[in-house]
Design a protein around this ligand. Sequence first.
Ligand code: MN
Length: 129
Amino acid sequence: MDTKESPLILYVEDNLDNRTLVRRILEAEGFSVIEAASGKEMFEKLETVTPDLILMDINLPEIDGYTLTTTLKSQLKPEIPIVALTANVMKGDREKTLAAGCDGYIQKPIDVDALPQQVRSFLGSKAKG
Ligand code: MN
């Protein structure tokens, strides 16, 4: 699986430690990673790049991940798979992310060993151009 071109992942996350950790894990597995610390930064990045997948934190300043996902899916970039990566563990949170338009859900804390395969599975299963 390490012979294919490196998929581009956009990680929207306001916590620097999480961004650094996920970047390190995914780059070690051959992914390319770009980061956005807010929705505003995400929109700026999306003006110049089209990632293969967006990892979306839900608890973000100003605009939350639900709203960002709905905006992307309904208007801007409906073709990009979005996977929520969030510490929310309340009953119904997974359903809320799916209702917002997320294609999948990964729960924090991040499982360092499992994350690359989790991301790969979402890349492989959702190519609904
Ligand atoms: Mn956050």
